[in-house]
Design a protein. Sequence first.
Lengths: 215, 215
Amino acid sequence: MDSKKPKSDVYWVKFEISKEDRRKLKGHASVVIWLTGLPASGKTSIARELEKRLHEMGGHTYVLDGDNMRHGLNRDLGFSKEDRQENIRRIAEVAKLFVDAGIITICAFVSPFKEDRETARSLVEANEFIEVFVNCPVTVCIERDPKSLYKKALSGQIKSFTGVNDPYEVPDCPDIVVETNKLTLSETVDTIVKHLNDKGLIEDLKCSACSDNTG
Amino acid sequence: MDSKKPKSDVYWVKFEISKEDRRKLKGHASVVIWLTGLPASGKTSIARELEKRLHEMGGHTYVLDGDNMRHGLNRDLGFSKEDRQENIRRIAEVAKLFVDAGIITICAFVSPFKEDRETARSLVEANEFIEVFVNCPVTVCIERDPKSLYKKALSGQIKSFTGVNDPYEVPDCPDIVVETNKLTLSETVDTIVKHLNDKGLIEDLKCSACSDNTG
C-alpha cells in the first residue's frame, strides 16, 4: 500500500488518478476563486453569474457558498471568532479537495480575517488560488441589505456582524479587485473571466469576454 | 436573491447551474459509492482500482479516503465514538457536495456504525447512494494487517480499534456485498462496475466489464 506522511497511525494514501489526469479529462485547470468582501458586497451574485458563464463555456464549476455550508458541513458552528476560523478552515479543506478533483471552485465567503484567507491559500499550490476582493463601500452595502442583516446589526439584534461591530481586514495583495458599486454584474464577471484567460487557466474553453485579446 | 429554508439569519442560496446540468456536461450520473468494512478488508485497494477503471472509461471520479480526510478536514478529530460520528458526518456532507458537483464519489471508510451510514445515505437522494459491504473475515484482515494496526490493537497499544475492541455493525441491506477473501481485486471491481451499469448510472461510458450484458 503506497503511503507517506505518517501521522500517528493515520497514513496518507496515494491514488493513481491524479489532479493532472482529471484536468486532462476536462480541458481546463482547476483553481479556487475566493471571493471575499463585506456582507451584501455582491459575492453570491458574482458566484452565481460567474458559474453560469464558465459552465456555458464548457467549464466544470462548483460554488461553495457561505450560507449553504452553514446548513450542512458547518451546521455545528456559530459566529464567534473561533467558529468563524473553523468555518473557513473546513471550507478551505473542502476547496482543496475540489481543486484536486479538477473543478473550478468558486468560494463566496465574507472571510474577514487575512490569516484565514492565507490559510486557505496555503492549502493549494501558488497558481491555484485567486483571491478576488469584492470591494464595495459599507454605506452601499447597508443600502442594499437584501437580508435586512445590516438593519438588525445596526439596531443591536445581531452582534459580531462584519462591517458593523466586527472588523473586515481588507486584502493587501488580492489577485483581482472588483468594485461592485461601479461595475455591472456582467462587467465584474468579465473581469474575472479575462483574468483566468490571461493566466492560461481556461485556454480550451470558449471565452467570449476574451475575444478582444485574440485580435 | 433566491432563498429558501431560513435557519435564523442563514439562508439557503439556489444557484442556476444544477446537478443535472453538470451531469449532462459529463455523460454520467453522480453517486456516492460507500465502501464500508473492517480495517484491512480491502476498501482502499478497491477504491483505487475502481477509480482507475471508471476514469479509463471516461468517468469523472474522486475518492474520499478515511486516512486522507484525517490529514485535512478532520485533523481535529480523534477516535472516540463521538469523534468517529462527527468524522462520518462531515465526510457525508462533503460527499453530498461532490454528488451535487456531478462526480462519481468513492468513499472508503470503516464506518462501523449503521446509524452513521444511514445518515450518509439520508443526505443524498435514494438512487444516489450505493452501499458496498467489503466483507472479509477478521482472521484474514489480521493476517493482512498492512499497517500493523491489528498487531498494535491486539497487544493493547491501540484502544477502540474496530474488529478487535470496538464493534463493527454489519450492514443489513447493502446494495452490493464483495467478499475480498474470495474474489480477486479485478473481480471485485467488475462486480461494482456491473452494478453501476445495470442501474443505468454509467450508460454513456465504455464498460468492458459489461460487454456480456449487451449480447
